[in-house]
Design a protein around this ligand. Structure first.
Ligand SMILES: [Zn+2]
Length: 272
């Protein structure tokens, strides 16, 4: 076997480990052996991303808000931080100039539905209408279509994920850090929760429609920066994805040590 082919196969193995997390042995079916690594099935859903550096993605949902989002944009600009906004179509239609500004300043805009319903309880046609209408509103605001979807409440069935990805090309973005800011626990609690839970590759969920969240951000950003974190958009974070370290693959799990693949976690939660 040539070195190049060996390298290619090991890469496939790494990719497979990356996609499944829970797998301990990598079996490459014989028919697949000659396939280039790039043909591996792309991952659709992300709670967090395995990266080599101290990179994280701050995400802000449910806006734009006429007053709070511009305030947040000023703050992000002062810190040279790029964030990702999962916007509600209804709000985009009302304040398209804010979405335009966010995109112009380098932030990413993702689809978060038209009216924030629970997709898991809706018909395909209803979901399709919500997504299409919001996509059109974003496109007319920023001149480009979104490539990311965060379903409201993080609620989406496995079947919906597949057809939405096939039809819209969206990557489904959940989160691993949730300060529960929608309960309005106060800026200090929001900040402390984010600081405690954030690690390299984290996708941090917050909402730019709550005053306390915006109040929490100056010190949150200061302290995340002091810890050495670097801020990128969700799509940038995904482009930095690295296979899981090899020790993960070699690890033999105990009977009750069977981590769920992050790609299938989509528990409905009051957040998002
Ligand atoms: Zn939401």
């Amino acid at each position: 076997m040539s070195g190049v082919r060996l390298l290619c196969l090991s890469y496939l193995g790494l990719l497979a480990a990356y996609h499944t997390h829970a797998e301990t042995t990598i079996a490459v079916p014989s028919a697949e052996k000659n396939r280039p690594a790039a043909a591996a099935e792309p991952r659709i859903t992300f709670n967090l991303v395995h990266v080599d550096g101290p990179y994280i993605a701050m995400t802000f949902d449910d806006g734009p808000s006429a007053t709070l989002t511009p305030k947040l944009l000023d703050l992000l600009a002062a810190h040279h931080i790029k964030a990702t906004f999962f916007v509600i179509g209804e709000n985009v239609a009302e304040h398209s100039e804010i979405v335009e500004r966010a995109a112009h300043e380098g932030h990413e805009i993702g689809n978060h539905s038209w009216s924030h319903p629970n997709f898991a309880k809706m018909s395909d046609e209803g979901v399709r209408r919500e997504l299409r209408r919001t996509e059109d509103a974003i496109k007319s605001a920023i001149g480009a279509r979104p490539t990311l979807l965060r379903p409201p409440y993080g609620s989406l069935t496995a079947r919906q994920k597949r057809w939405i990805h096939d039809e819209f090309g969206y990557q489904i973005i959940l989160w691993d850090v949730d300060p529960l800011d929608w309960k309005r626990p106060g800026p200090a609690v929001v900040r402390n929760r984010i600081l405690k839970e954030t690690r390299p590759g984290s996708i941090v969920l917050s909402h730019d429609i709550h005053p306390g969240t915006i109040e929490a951000m100056p010190r949150t950003f200061d302290q995340l920066e002091a810890k050495g974190f670097k801020f990128v958009t969700v799509s940038e974070l995904i482009r930095m994805a690295r296979p899981e370290p090899s020790k993960e693959r070699a690890k033999v799990p105990a009977a009750n040590d069977t981590p769920q693949p992050t790609s299938t976690i989509s528990l409905p939660s009051p957040s998002g």
